[in-house]
Write a protein that binds this ligand. Structure first.
Ligand SMILES: N[C@@H](CCC(=O)N[C@@H](CSC=O)C(=O)NCC(=O)O)C(=O)O
Length: 282
């Protein structure tokens, strides 16, 4: 299947696209979204990759975050990925739970059966999708940043910490900061990577920082009224790991904000400005 355009709409004088393709890393058909700012009509622009959280598709960010206005002003393209492989052949949580399987790929490369055939979301979002969009759209090669929310915040932190050469900057909203330590992460990493926690370290932001990963400029916002804060997100572990590793990071708590896209919409402009400065955007 070639790249197929499912939808195209003018948006803030740019273009919001939804596309579908046959993805090789995850061995299934994948859907993703691209926003091209008006500046892309004049030539290649930098790009911000967005990774969403549990239960999301590429559409949650596109329809709820209100990011296009800021991306159009900054001259940055947005690429929003899906959160897992999809299709009838892709195994799901046996109990149909929403925190694992479909919609919950955790942006890792699974090593265990039956997950390893499709659940290779790290390779998909770090390698395959960027290669595809850079070939198909006016994006500046080598000028990329990455951001995400919750499970996608974990994905952005891990992708960014593992690939300082690929991403100029990293940001996250309410990321799962230490997946090896929380119920969502333990369940997912245990299934995708097997029960040995030492094999989870390469997929855990706190552990990567403690193991010496070189960091890029980092901005994290955490809502103070987030119902998942203490049990699942553990921002204090990220803060301690950054401090102990001597990594400069802007880690903010925003009082009164919950885990929703209302929180993301409230601060996405600041995140895009943060990335625009590091990307040297228009
Ligand atoms: N369906 C669940 C709630 C799931 C949820 O809150 N998902 C978040 C991400 S959580 C961490 O990765 C999300 O972004 N949801 C989509 C949205 O548009 O808000 C439940 O029933 O509790």
């Amino acid at each position: 299947m070639a790249l197929e355009t499912l939808a195209a709409s003018r948006c803030f004088d740019g273009e919001q696209l939804r596309l579908r393709h046959a993805a090789t890393t995850v061995d299934c058909t994948m859907t993703f979204s691209v926003f091209l700012p008006p500046q892309a009509r004049q030539g290649p622009v930098p790009v911000l990759y967005w990774l969403s959280g549990l239960t999301c598709t590429d559409e949650n960010f596109v329809t709820k975050a209100g990011a296009q206005r800021y991306a159009a002003e900054a001259g940055i393209a947005l690429v929003a990925a899906d959160t897992s492989p999809r299709g009838d052949a892709v195994p799901d949580d046996p109990e149909g739970a929403w925190d694992f399987g479909l919609g919950a790929g955790f942006y890792v490369n699974a090593t265990e059966a039956p997950w390893r055939d499709h659940y290779r979301m790290y390779d998909y979002v770090v390698h395959e999708l960027p290669a595809l969009v850079t070939a198909e759209f006016p994006l500046r090669d080598g000028q990329a940043a990455i951001a995400g929310h919750s499970m996608g915040g974990h994905g952005a932190l891990v992708a960014g910490l593992r690939n300082p050469d690929r991403y100029a900057s990293i940001s996250a909203f309410a990321p799962i900061s230490a997946p090896s330590q929380c119920p969502w992460g333990r369940k997912a990493l245990g299934h995708y990577l097997g029960p040995d926690p030492t094999r989870w370290r390469a997929w855990d932001a706190e552990a990567l920082l403690r193991d010496g990963a070189s960091a890029r400029p980092l901005l994290v916002d955490q809502g103070g009224a987030d119902g998942f804060l203490e049990e699942q997100l553990m921002p204090e572990r990220l803060a301690a790991a950054c401090a102990d590793a001597g990594v400069e990071a802007t880690l903010r708590q925003q009082p009164g904000y919950d885990h929703s896209y209302y929180f993301i919409a409230s601060f996405i402009g600041e995140h895009i400005a943060f990335h625009a400065e590091r990307l040297g955007a228009a």
